[in-house]
Design a protein around this ligand. Sequence first.
Ligand SMILES: [Zn+2]
Length: 276
Amino acid sequence: MSEAPSRARRLGVVTRYREHAAAFSPAFWEVKDVGGAWIDPPPGAIPMVSCFGDNRLGRAHPDWIQVDQEGTLATRESRYFDWTAICPSQEPVRAQAQSWVQKALEQSGGQDLRLDDVSFARDGYCRCPACVSAMKESGSDWSLYRQDTLTEFVRAVRPLVSGRLYLTLYPDPYPGHLEERFGLDIDRLKGVVDAFVLPIYDLAYSTTYWLEVLARGFVDRLAPTPWLLELYGLDVAEAALGRAVDVAAFYADRVVIAYDRDLDKLKRLEARLQRE
Ligand SMILES: [Zn+2]
């Protein structure tokens, strides 16, 4: 059983606005997203680095793209994917991701960092030549090979980050799903990162029972590692978002709102957290 969660008081943000970054804590800033463009972080913001999602690098290096047994590439043009997934088994890809981490920390002047898209694209990925030969050498099976690969990547990044290391997860708390679908061994990663971030997005939050089900699942799944629940804010009605914030604050260690443009709305939502 998990312990009763405590209420989170400060509101965090994911933002593209410098004045928002200065007003909230933690303030996450996408320095490198899945499109591949780089945006310098403002001082004090926590840089987010999309490690294995990059449309631009996929175009420049088609052999870096994750691929399944049938030869289906993990790109936006394929059926399942919203962006191009590049392969963490390939040494130049890992080196590139680590150099993004170093550059992001130098530019932010801070000590904290958030890793995004540390992931295989889905079940059955990747079967590129680098994965096939590394898996054979490992004497392991595909499931364990994928989990070892991503755990080792996060372990390699860990010494570069002197402050808090955050890791974003896909919002599926069902036991075994993150391991089998994306190659993320949650139990081992708990010993490597300082906190997980769970974006649980909706464009309206007109109901919240599903949010509560997922949040409760993550309390069980992630304890004792702290975790942040990230809600989508842009153009979501304030009353509905406020109800979602209440649910999130009950279960998560911290609530984060992503991409809202409205500074006053964010400040009122933070005041709502502090009211009780
Ligand atoms: Zn591969």
